[in-house]
Design a protein around this ligand. Structure first.
Ligand code: 6V0
Length: 331
């Protein structure tokens, strides 16, 4: 006797129903924070985890599966073999080598390059139509590496870039004014991390552009105050790492938010790392964050945000530095 009795005249599921699949490569602190946020937000039908540390990987998978009674139904799978990712709509890469004490940034990058040589080609082979979302650091250079190794059009290779930096920025402004960070529009662009560029003229709250409002009302503000807020954005990451050893929750939410925009075709504007050649006088093949419209097809376009002379110059300087490092990598 079967447990279920079939109903009569049942039609098969609609062939047009889409089944979403997201793969997370690297089940470390960042990968798992992303995975759990994706699950709680019901963003996918199938979630796959890939890591070379097979015990940890299986432990993480089981731990998530055991939460099934409290979560929307999602099939969770894992393997050290990338064939498990076949047919993914989105592949999020968080795998990265850890910096060894005294190791140079370039050496770490060389090790991550070897890692990407092992990771990216199979992902592409198993999911030729996927979007690659790179999170591993240095994210802008590794997004370029992933683009080169994948042979994908650039709209389908994106770095999480300054999406997180911008969220920290919005939090600090919102916290200062005691309001909801979702009502604060503000962008940090350029290179993720130390040399990022804060777009002060982009800050608007409830439709009011903040700096022009202050100026029109003759309310004084110090450039130093603005610089201190930007400095807090940059120092924020270091402080979290000093205090808890790594960052995870904010990057988890920020990447899950991006995943929603791709998978659910939200056509939302996110500051993410895109091929910046041709924008703001950048002539090299480098990836830098610019406010981009993203949806099911990946990056759909880049907004024509106004940068003043100093901001443009800083963006160009970052592009030059990144380009030099890429030349040394020989890819
Ligand atoms: P972690 O906890 O060391 O996790 C890395 C994971 O990658 C480990 O579980 C490894 O076993 C795994 N791994 C190594 N090689 C492979 C491979 N070939 N295939 C699959 N998995 C592999 O590091 P954590 O999760 O803390 O950070 C991951 C990366 O994210 C680092 O490069 C960070 O610098 C970067 N971050 C990027 C941020 C951003 O805003 N872009 C923010 C935070 C961290």
């Amino acid at each position: 006797q079967a447990f279920f009795r079939p109903i009569t005249n049942a039609a098969p599921p609609s062939p047009t129903k889409r089944h979403n699949k997201i793969s997370v490569i690297g089940a470390g602190n960042v990968g798992m924070a992303i995975a759990q946020t994706i699950l709680t937000q019901d963003l996918t039908d199938e979630l796959v985890l890939v890591d070379t540390n097979t015990d940890k990987l299986r432990g993480e998978m089981l731990d998530l599966q055991h939460a099934a009674a409290f979560l929307p139904r999602t099939k969770i799978n894992s393997s050290a073999d990338s064939s498990v990712t076949a047919g993914s709509d989105l592949c999020i890469v968080t795998a990265g080598a850890r910096q060894i004490v005294g190791e140079s940034r370039l050496n770490l990058l060389q090790r991550n390059l070897s890692l990407f040589r092992a990771i990216i080609p199979p992902l592409v082979r198993y999911s030729p139509d996927t979007i690659l979302l790179i999170v591993s650091n240095p994210v802008d250079i590794l997004t370029y590496v992933a683009w080169k190794l994948s042979g994908f059009p650039s709209n389908r290779v994106i770095g999480s870039g300054t999406n997180l930096d911008s969220s920290r920025f919005r939090f600090l402004i919102a916290d200062h004014l005691d309001l909801n960070a979702q009502d604060v529009q503000a962008y940090i662009v350029g290179e993720h991390g130390d040399s990022s560029v804060a777009l002060w003229s982009s800050i608007s709250i409830g439709g009011v552009p903040v700096l022009s409002f202050l100026e029109s009302q003759h309310i004084g503000y110090e450039k130093e105050t603005l610089e201190n807020i930007h400095k807090s954005v940059i120092d924020g990451a270091y402080e979290v790492i000093r205090l808890k050893g790594y960052t995870s929750w904010a990057i988890g939410y920020s990447v899950a938010n991006l995943a929603r925009s791709f998978i659910r075709d939200q056509r939302k504007i996110h500051p993410v790392s895109v091929l910046a050649k041709g924008f703001y006088g950048i002539d090299g093949e480098v990836f830098l964050s610019l406010p981009a419209l993203v949806g099911r097809g990946g990056v759909l376009s880049v907004t024509n945000v106004h940068l003043n002379e100093e901001e443009t110059q800083r963006l160009k300087d970052s592009a030059k530095t990144i380009h030099e490092v890429q030349t040394q990598l020989g890819i």
